[in-house]
Ligand binder design. Structure first.
Ligand code: NAD
Length: 320
């Protein structure tokens, strides 16, 4: 049994024992790793996958073309919740089982998104950089206390953001086409339409999957309907926010702050958004806490071994 392991936080490190990796070593005859420190694509991914039966996958682009070159592959275990970079239909056609690790990184991503709101409200990164250059700027920020926050996608991560917002006495609104109304009511979350949320909120945080329906869900038109000075956070997937429209919205002052942990192209090269102090950019690092990486490694390993043993796995995802 040969297995490729690509997430950066699951690469072997000198002097560090990773229990999930040890479990994989015991199970497999051979492990192959990702030498690049970045998500793999195309040729490089095909090369690394040659002869593999199993694949513990980071944020690589797993296209139909890649899969066609891997006739031995039986299981793809996504290290994370999103599977928008896996061609599920192609995997299904080849009889490859795909799994994910829902819920286990929700605290990590939710806290990062909320941290971005706090930082942008007080220009922390700009003040930090300026003070360290011997500057002494007075900068008037704004408080989260009592403001309206809109959460788009009230799943595992959206619920963490709602809980954090409750601690700041924010008024929490949420839009989710599959809204669990009783959960919302029990937790004081106002269930609203997307249009209401966009028009009313001082903070908007995106926590939904990227697919054909959600691509560029935040675009020129949606920006025009937002309140002036709104702070927008996207710690879900890059394609959900139209970055060209976001740049115009930052430039015009429509957006008071923009926090991005995900980009249309990753890593983003020389993005025009980087010119603005009120744009906070992080390298898709939402899930990178000690706790979440351990949880994801454990569950992704269990899922992969289960599938390769021919056992039922409750975290299987399908195209439908
Ligand atoms: N930045 C990171 O490192 C990182 C880490 C984990 C997940 N993510 C992203 O965050 C997303 C959310 O993760 P999660 O664990 O909360 O997933 P989840 O499945 O628990 O929640 C997603 C929610 O989005 C809702 N939804 C689906 N379509 C929608 C739409 N059109 N409009 C509004 N809501 C919609 C679903 O009903 C669900 O409640 C993932 O899909 C992934 O893309 C990012």
């Amino acid at each position: 049994m040969k297995i490729l392991v690509t997430p950066t936080s699951m690469q072997p490190q000198e002097g560090k024992v990773n229990p999930a990796l040890e479990k994989l070593r015991e199970f497999a005859d051979e492990l192959v790793f990702n030498p690049t420190g970045k998500p793999l694509t195309g040729e490089m991914l095909i090369q690394q996958l040659q002869g593999c039966d199993g694949y513990l996958a980071g944020l690589d682009s797993i296209s139909a073309d890649v899969l066609e070159h891997c006739p031995n592959l039986k299981a793809i275990s996504r290290y994370g919740v999103g599977y928008d970079r896996v061609d599920l239909a192609a995997a299904e056609k080849q009889g490859i089982v795909v799994t994910n690790t829902p819920g286990v990184n929700a605290e990590a991503v939710g806290e990062l998104a909320f941290g971005m709101m706090m930082s942008l409200s007080r220009s922390l990164t700009m003040l930090d950089a300026s003070t360290k250059r011997n500057g002494w700027i007075r900068c008037t920020g704004k408080e989260l206390y009592g403001k309206k926050i809109g959460i788009v996608g009230l799943g595992a991560i959206g619920k963490v953001v709602a809980r954090c917002a409750g601690g700041f006495a924010m008024e929490v609104l949420a839009y989710d086409p599959y809204m669990n109304e009783s959960y919302a009511a029990e937790h004081g979350i106002k269930s609203v339409s997307f249009e209401e949320l966009i028009a009313q909120c001082d903070y908007i945080s995106m926590h939904l999957p990227l697919n054909d329906q959600t691509y560029h869900m935040i675009n020129k038109e949606t920006f025009s309907k937002m309140k002036d000075g709104v702070i927008l956070i996207n710690a879900s997937r890059g394609g959900i926010v139209d970055e060209a429209a976001a740049k115009e919205a930052v430039e015009s002052g429509k957006l008071g702050g923009l926090g991005l942990d995900a980009f249309e192209t990753e890593p983003p090269k020389d993005s025009p958004l980087f010119a603005y102090d009120n744009v906070l950019a992080t390298p898709h690092t939402g899930a990178h806490t000690k706790e979440a990486t351990e949880n994801m490694a454990t569950l992704a390993t269990e899922n992969l071994i289960q599938v390769l043993r021919g056992e039922e796995c409750r975290y299987t995802v399908t195209a439908h």
